[in-house]
Design a protein around this ligand. Structure first.
Ligand SMILES: Nc1ncnc2c1ncn2[C@@H]1O[C@H](COP(=O)(O)OP(=O)(O)OP(=O)(O)O)[C@@H](O)[C@H]1O
Ligand SMILES: [Mg+2]
Length: 586
């Protein structure tokens, strides 16, 4: 619970006032039957009753009712306020935490599940808090108040209730105990439905082009049916509480009326007293019903809470905590100013438990301003290597240096601001083109943006759109062509004015002539920026100062094109296979 204190503290007044106002309502509720009894017994008295007295009690009842209403409304208001604010802050924190997650962290949870946890699970908690604050004092208050009143009136009759209470409590507890695991499963099924919807909608183009709608429909049907069945399974138990309560209530009422009726006949009890007593019995059982309802909400909330805590408690396996600490202690933080990159004996794997390394003993040095190509067959580890430079992942052993400083010693923001990486499957976000490019530099003027978009050969086609830089990009950037998207992604990276620019297969959808112009522009406009270019086509890297050849996670050759043609068999094989292909094409 300690984790949640942070979200309670700012709204502590609402957390306290909510239940307090509810007490007003409870006191009224317990008083009302007593007042009613006074009116009944006085009104049917043999002398016809005292009208003045009846009116007075009537007025008291009206005032009590008004106070009850006020207490009820204020109590509900503060309860809702507390719950909604609690949930709002919690969601915000969860989101910020997820933002800091490493890829490995996200892969562990799965996106769909994270979405459920941030939305549905938080809402469950919010609902439970709102109900709890309203009922927490009210239900026990009503229970105890009514029980005391009943005992004070007729101890012998009250005994009837005391017998049903433990019976009811045990039944309810058994039901609750079984409800928790069922709710837990239910939340997992919601995860699954979310995942299917998300994957399907995000990739609807692929689904359609492969005519997989039927298959996807079935997949959803399975997830949906499972959710349906598991929800019913959980609710079934909860619904069981209803008949149990109703039966208990009816039996008790019949017993009380029957026993009380006999007492009236014997002259030991008045009609007013019996009416009041029955009301108290109903109140006692009602409060038990409310408690059972609260426990159901509670077990659902507990299941959700466990899932939320899992996110809050996740240790982020890639962070810059050490650097932040140093900065707070007043140390000068290192900055990337030149753009040198060095790998020393770097080994890396995605699945930490497996033995198989994706990268083995990688060693190389890239001098500031150098243009370096990385070539290798698909799956050889090219992306894996460059991801270690801006610390999208961390090396398992060995070190990665930028400007002779271990990447782990930089503040992540400092490092990533200076190392721009155009990812292999990059996306644009919904919004205008200008807004997308501004990711690189919030402050850039439109002229700057246009000029830099020009380097990436993007200005031409953007300006030719009717709305130019104000053209709206749809989610994922589906309304521009692949090559256009790639060029905008390059422009976005260039706008960061990085010291190191990494292009991971970023011109694969751009024709060779345009690609050559972009390369020329780089040479003219950003000659001091270190450029690392991963490419499938040798033509893309043929002019590089140095080419690194990767095969199965190891470096098998380093040098210029001419050197590698002489010394590296893997390289010359790739070269000839491409040249032959081109010749065939001609
Ligand atoms: N997120 C990931 N989780 C687990 N394994 C991965 C992940 N990404 C890549 N791999 C594996 O790591 C190996 C190297 O992949 P990498 O993406 O570095 O290849 P690549 O050389 O960039 O290939 P391509 O030319 O197709 O982009 C492959 O065997 C791949 O299956
Ligand atoms: Mg790759």
């Amino acid at each position: 619970m300690a984790v949640y204190w942070k979200y309670v503290k700012p709204y502590l007044y609402a957390f306290i006032l909510g239940p307090l106002f509810m007490i007003v309502e409870v006191i009224g509720e317990v008083m009302m039957p007593k007042l009613l009894q006074m009116i009944i017994d006085n009104g049917i008295a043999e002398d016809g009753g005292d009208v003045g007295y009846i009116i007075m009690i009537g007025v008291i009842m009206v005032v009590t009712a008004l106070l009850m209403m006020l207490g009820g409304v204020l109590g509900a208001w503060f309860a809702i306020k507390a719950a909604v604010n609690f949930a709002g802050d919690l969601r915000q924190d969860l989101f910020e935490k997820v933002q800091r997650f490493s890829f490995a962290n996200i892969e562990k949870f799965q996106t769909g599940s994270l979405v459920t946890r941030l939305t549905n699970d938080v809402t469950n908690l919010q609902n439970a808090i709102a109900i709890a604050l309203r009922m927490l004092l009210r239900a026990p208050g009503m229970f105890i108040g009514a029980l005391i009143m009943a005992y004070m009136m007729k101890p012998d009759l009250a005994l009837v209730i005391t017998i049903v209470i433990p019976l009811l409590t045990v039944t309810l507890l058994i039901i609750m105990k079984n409800a928790f695991p069922r709710f837990n499963i239910m939340q997992k099924k919601i995860d699954r439905v979310n995942s299917v919807v998300q994957e399907n909608v995000t990739n609807s183009r692929v689904v359609k082009s492969f005519v997989r709608e039927e298959y996807e429909k079935e997949k959803f049907d399975v997830a949906n049916t499972e959710l349906k069945n598991n929800t019913l399974n959980a609710i079934k138990l909860v619904i069981l509480t209803q008949p149990v309560m109703t039966i208990a209530m009816n039996i008790t009422t019949i017993a009380v009326v029957w026993l009380g009726g006999n007492q009236i006949l014997a002259g030991d009890m008045t009609i007013g007293e019996l009416t009041t007593f029955t009301t108290y019995v109903v109140q006692i059982l009602m409060s038990l019903m409310i408690v059972s309802f609260m426990m159901i909400m509670g077990s659902r909330a507990l299941a959700s809470s466990a899932r939320i805590k899992e996110v809050l408690d996740t240790e982020i396996d890639l962070n810059d905590d050490e650097a932040v600490k140093k900065k707070e202690a007043g140390a000068d933080m290192p900055q990337v100013t030149r753009g040198k990159v060095e790998f020393r004996n770097v080994c890396f794997k995605y699945y930490k438990k497996k033995n198989h390394n994706v990268l083995h003993n990688i060693n190389f040095v890239i001098e500031p301003g150098e243009v370096v190509g990385i070539i290798g067959s698909t799956g050889s580890g090219k992306t894996s290597i460059v991801q270690l430079i801006p610390r999208l992942y961390d090396a398992d052993s060995g070190e990665v240096f930028v400007d002779d400083v271990n990447v782990k010693d930089y503040l992540l923001d400092d490092l990533r601001n200076k190392v721009a990486m155009v990812l292999q499957n990059n996306v644009l976000f919904s919004g205008t083109i200008e807004n997308n490019l501004r990711w690189g530099d919030e402050e850039a003027s439109l002229e700057d943006i246009k000029r830099i978009a020009g380097y990436a050969q993007a200005d031409g086609f953007i300006s030719s759109f009717p709305e130019g830089y104000d053209t709206m990009i749809n989610q994922g950037g589906v309304n521009v062509s692949g090559g256009q998207k790639q060029r905008m992604c390059i422009a976005r990276a260039l706008l960061k004015h990085p010291k190191i620019l990494i292009l991971d297969d970023s011109t694969s959808a751009v024709d060779t002539a345009t690609e050559a112009i972009i390369r020329d522009n780089f040479l003219k406009e950003i000659p001091d920026t270190t450029r690392i270019i991963i490419a499938q086509r040798i033509s893309s890297v043929i002019d590089a100062d140095k080419i690194i050849v990767i095969d199965e996670g190891s470096i098998v050759g380093t040098g210029t094109h001419e050197e590698l043609m002489q010394s590296c068999e893997t390289y010359s094989e790739i070269y000839y296979s491409q040249v032959e292909k081109e010749e065939k094409a001609v």
